[in-house]
Design a protein around this ligand. Sequence first.
Ligand code: HEC
Length: 138
Amino acid sequence: MNKILFFIILPLFLMSKQLSPQMQSYINSLKAEAKSKDSNFVDFSAKRGKEIFTSTHIGKRGKPISCTSCHTNDLRQKGKNIHTGKILKPLSPYANPKSMVKVKRVKKWLKRNFKDVYNRVGTAQEKGDVVYYIIEKK
Ligand code: HEC
């Protein structure tokens, strides 16, 4: 019985995603920044990240918009840029292994996309929360 359990759990464990070292150090630096702003800060939350990702705001263009407007509600699906019509690869690293790997890319798009949706840049805490949601870290 234990042996059977082992062979079920092992592949699940191996399938779980590891963050790239540069993404891990990006998260660590966001944590340090969040902690410096709020001494009660403990860790980012995928639950708060989901709220950030799915809620609607008056964006840069003065119209209601959310992250899901372009990336859809399902992170494992392709998205579509509502302004240009460009098809976007899935954000989830489970569906798109090239996503959430390069810090330079992630920073650039978080900056742009927070402006699109929130009409301002994201705080360290908000960026960390939404990254946890995208990489599906509980
Ligand atoms: C107006 C459309 C649009 C909205 C709204 C939008 N995004 Fe994006 N996002 C894009 C585009 C375009 C890319 C780049 C895709 C490409 O190069 O193929 C992108 C890429 C990203 C990436 C980079 C992933 C990687 O590693 O390649 C992240 C992270 C991201 N978006 C998060 C968000 C978050 C969080 C929000 C909400 C605050 C959001 N996006 C809202 C269009 C959008």
